[in-house]
Design a protein around this ligand. Structure first.
Ligand SMILES: Cc1cc2nc3c(=O)[nH]c(=O)nc-3n(C[C@H](O)[C@H](O)[C@H](O)COP(=O)(O)OP(=O)(O)OC[C@H]3O[C@@H](n4cnc5c(N)ncnc54)[C@H](O)[C@@H]3O)c2cc1C
Length: 384
């Protein structure tokens, strides 16, 4: 067994670490306005990532990208997680981001949707959640009814990130009301300017995401825009979500690493009651707990990414990473905030932003309780 990253990934890690420390952290507070990176900052950082050979690092080589595997991507996500400079979702400084679902499209669909996204000509959003169907997609009410060569979509979605700017959405809708999430839901590519699509209220949240309501009123979608077979929508969504969960875990590693750096440095320098905080056991234990958790999470993330690169099923590993990553990084940011006292609450430091983001992640893309319910099935299968 070899627990070391391969030499080329250690080099990548060191290169990105330097980039984040020198170029990104110094401007991290001013880099974004809401969920959008300032165009001049994005242009400057994008030029640098191009020079580092990391433009389109996650895009397969047949589409002109670098085709990095999941382990290499995890290394990038981890290092970039050390800063609050990048928007929570689509960073865009390594080129347009492509949701993995789009690689499952057929040839005609790829030409109209995948290729323009890679070229930066179109952007998308993912529309599954509804007012009464969040963690429980089987409860969704949006329907897609076959009518000749089209489907007619009716219903409404809630909390859809980037719906107000996207050119198209990957929409989940019920095609069989007698079946649950497996078999009853299909995925469709819906142009956001189609007649009958309307954007509703934009929500303000404690993270930089400002998701919107979207309504579909008799929206006609040609049948060729259905992704995969009828009833396979949930499977389609899972691919995106599994990979997204590894990203959650890798990003959490970066957050924890930075919070440890900030916490340990501050503890050495801050003197209270005649002694540096670093000499107080209460403070040492907080840092040690975070350190142990970081090591454990890193093993889980790297192993899952490595399994994915070997073509193995990572569904259950992805659940665990998402749950542990979000929670442990939140707790690590929380301890770091505590160590800093009042300074930890100020906007001079990134801690409060990490704290808000990581807390939010514990709900979005699957709350912990729901993921645990799914994982419980696996536990009983293995041990029951
Ligand atoms: C900022 C933001 C951005 C988002 N972006 C998108 C997007 O782009 N696309 C999209 O489709 N969705 C998006 N969402 C929706 C998000 O994925 C859902 O909010 C999330 O899945 C939880 O659904 P819910 O809010 O309906 O909570 P519910 O399903 O109502 O659950 C509420 C709480 O109840 C508990 N709970 C629920 N079920 C169980 C159970 N079986 N056992 C025990 N406890 C349970 C959990 O603690 C949960 O947090 C976004 C949400 C936010 C806030």
């Amino acid at each position: 067994m070899d627990f070391e990253l391969p030499e080329e990934l250690r080099m990548l890690q060191a290169q990105l670490r330097k980039f984040v420390d020198k170029e990104v952290i110094p401007i991290e507070r001013e880099a974004c306005s809401g969920a959008d990176m300032m165009p001049e900052v994005r242009a400057r950082l994008s030029k640098m990532t191009c020079e580092m050979g990391l433009w389109h690092f996650a895009i397969p080589t047949e589409y002109g990208g670098q085709g990095l595997g999941m382990l290499a991507r995890a290394v990038v996500w981890e290092q970039m997680g050390r800063t609050i400079a990048l928007p929570t979702r689509k960073w865009q400084i390594f080129g347009p981001e492509v949701s993995p679902t789009l690689y499952q499209l057929d040839e005609r669909q790829r030409k109209h949707y995948l290729v323009p996204v890679i070229r930066g000509e179109k952007t998308d959003c993912f529309a599954q959640t509804e007012a009464d169907a969040g963690g429980d997609p089987a409860a969704m009410r949006t329907t897609a009814v076959r009518d000749g060569d089209d489907y007619v979509i009716n219903g409404s979605k809630r909390f859809i990130t980037s719906a107000d700017t996207a050119d198209f959405a990957q929409v989940m809708a019920k095609t069989d009301s007698h079946k649950g999430s497996h078999g009853g839901i299909s995925a469709f590519l819906v142009d956001m300017r189609s007649p009958g699509v309307s954007i509703g209220r934009k929500e303000r949240t404690m993270m930089d995401d400002a998701p919107c309501d979207v309504a579909f009123d008799n929206v006609r979608v040609p049948a060729w825009k259905r992704i995969g077979a009828e009833g396979d929508g949930f499977k389609v969504g899972q691919t995106w979500i599994n990979q997204g969960r590894v990203r959650h875990g890798a990003r959490a590693l970066g957050v924890m690493e930075r919070c440890l750096e900030l916490g340990a440095r501050y503890a050495k320098q801050r003197v209270t009651f005649g002694k540096p905080l670093s000499e107080r056991q209460a403070i040492q234990w907080m840092l040690v707990d975070s350190y142990i958790e970081l090591q454990a999470l890193r093993m889980m993330v790297y192993r899952t990414a490595w399994k994915h690169d070997r073509g193995e099923d990572i569904r259950y590993d992805a659940y665990m990473i998402k749950m542990r990553g979000d929670r442990l990084s939140f707790e690590c940011a929380d301890r770091c905030m505590q160590i800093h006292g009042g300074a930890g609450l100020t906007l001079d430091l990134p801690i409060e932003k990490f704290w808000r983001d990581q807390r939010s992640m514990m709900i979005t893309e699957g709350p912990e309780e729901i993921l645990k319910t799914a994982l419980a099935r696996r536990v009983f299968e293995l041990y029951g």
